[in-house]
Design a protein around this ligand. Structure first.
Ligand code: NAD
Length: 249
């Protein structure tokens, strides 16, 4: 079978850990030249070329693309995956945290895309995949700023897909449910009882288990694939049925 990814080049933000790392592994296995833009190299080791980049800082993003442009003359796939969380209600959230979360999650996605789009325009297989969340489409407690940022990413996905349709750049998003990554481990570590908190998270999933990072990565890779040349402006839920199913208890 033909490998439609062979010879492509990708940038993945947040490739040092969790979902981004699994995307990097999956694309690397398919013959993609993978660059990981992250504040930390994390575990990307031999999987991706690490380029230090804080997507929350315009000068850091500029410097990262300057470095990327020295070693690559093309870009086919951008995965805007890096993000940060915040755990509280709108009543308690501070302006400082609102600005930080929106700056990294929303403006960060736009900032990286701004510099990637001129490169993607040159590709015959250009695709952007943004990582949103079920928090964008379902009310989840104590996630006010985070949910708003992920809702903005879905709206941005549609705006970008429309604006860059004539450029041949497809733009889609994924909405992961609770996924078993270091992110969730950090969350559980903050709970009074991590074991009980994990059982509660699993129980919230209709399938009774967390989503695996490779399941999210497979969906991102599907949306990024040149074989899916007609998919744009879509978001895919990978959430164990959380969004759509109502299971009587
Ligand atoms: N894990 C979940 O349950 C879940 C659910 C829905 C959505 N998501 C989204 O998936 C994405 C990845 O999450 P994960 O669970 O893999 O988390 P993770 O903590 O395992 O990995 C996040 C990566 O992003 C990097 N990063 C953080 N801030 C950055 C910045 N300013 N610039 C560049 N890199 C930065 C980190 O260094 C890390 O390598 C996030 O956007 C998150 O909102 C996760």
């Amino acid at each position: 079978m033909e490998n439609e990814f062979a010879g492509l080049t990708a940038i993945i933000t947040g490739a040092g850990s969790g979902i981004g790392l699994e995307v990097a592994k999956g694309l690397k296995q398919r013959g993609v030249n993978v660059f990981g833009f992250d504040i930390n190299q994390g575990d990307m080791g031999f999987v991706a070329t690490f380029i230090k980049c804080d997507i929350g800082d315009a000068s850091s993003v500029d410097a990262a693309f300057a470095e990327f442009n020295k070693v690559s003359n093309k870009l086919d796939v951008l995965v805007n995956n890096a993000g940060i969380g915040s755990l509280t209600t709108v009543e308690k959230e501070t302006d400082e945290v609102w600005h930080k979360v929106l700056n990294v999650n929303v403006v960060g996605t736009a900032r990286v895309s701004r510099l990637a789009i001129p490169l993607l325009r040159q590709s015959k297989h250009a695709a952007i995949v943004n990582t949103a969340s079920v928090a964008a489409i379902d009310g989840i407690p104590n996630r006010a700023a985070y949910s708003a940022s992920k809702g903005a990413i879905l709206a941005l996905t549609l705006a970008m897909a429309t604006d860059h349709l004539p450029d041949g750049i497809r733009v889609n998003a994924v909405n992961p449910g609770t996924t078993d990554t270091p992110w969730v481990k950090r969350l559980l570590d903050q709970a009074d009882n991590a074991k009980v908190a994990k059982i509660a998270l699993e129980a919230r999933q209709p399938m009774g288990r967390l989503v695996s990072p490779s399941e999210i990565a497979n969906a991102i890779i599907f949306l990024a694939s040149p074989a899916q040349a007609s998919i744009t402006g879509t978001s895919l839920n990978i959430d164990g049925g959380l969004h759509s199913l109502r299971i009587p208890k």
